[in-house]
Design a protein around this ligand. Sequence first.
Ligand SMILES: [Zn+2]
Length: 107
Amino acid sequence: MRWLKNLREHLTPRRRLVIHADDSLPGTLPRRDLVVAREAAEDWAAGMQCPCGCGDALEMMLVPEARPRWHLTIDGKQRPSLYPSVWRDTGCRSHFWLQQGRVRWCD
Ligand SMILES: [Zn+2]
């Protein structure tokens, strides 16, 4: 039901970027928005609650040394994108892209 999930995502506001001034993510993540742990001018990790609704916290490392690591881009409207996609190999196994504040489901 990818189309239904993508339709639902399009009918809700884009996910915003929240900066957390620390080298790690807060213990509680907002329900929809993407949190970035930023300290000493370095982005350490990005986190969000799994958009499928399972309630799991997802952490994507941003530091260059991490494997795997993601690239965060922020456009002129402060909308976050992550590269590559997020593909969970445990739990709900969600697979999605975060593009300009919007989740695009792969399956
Ligand atoms: Zn999930």
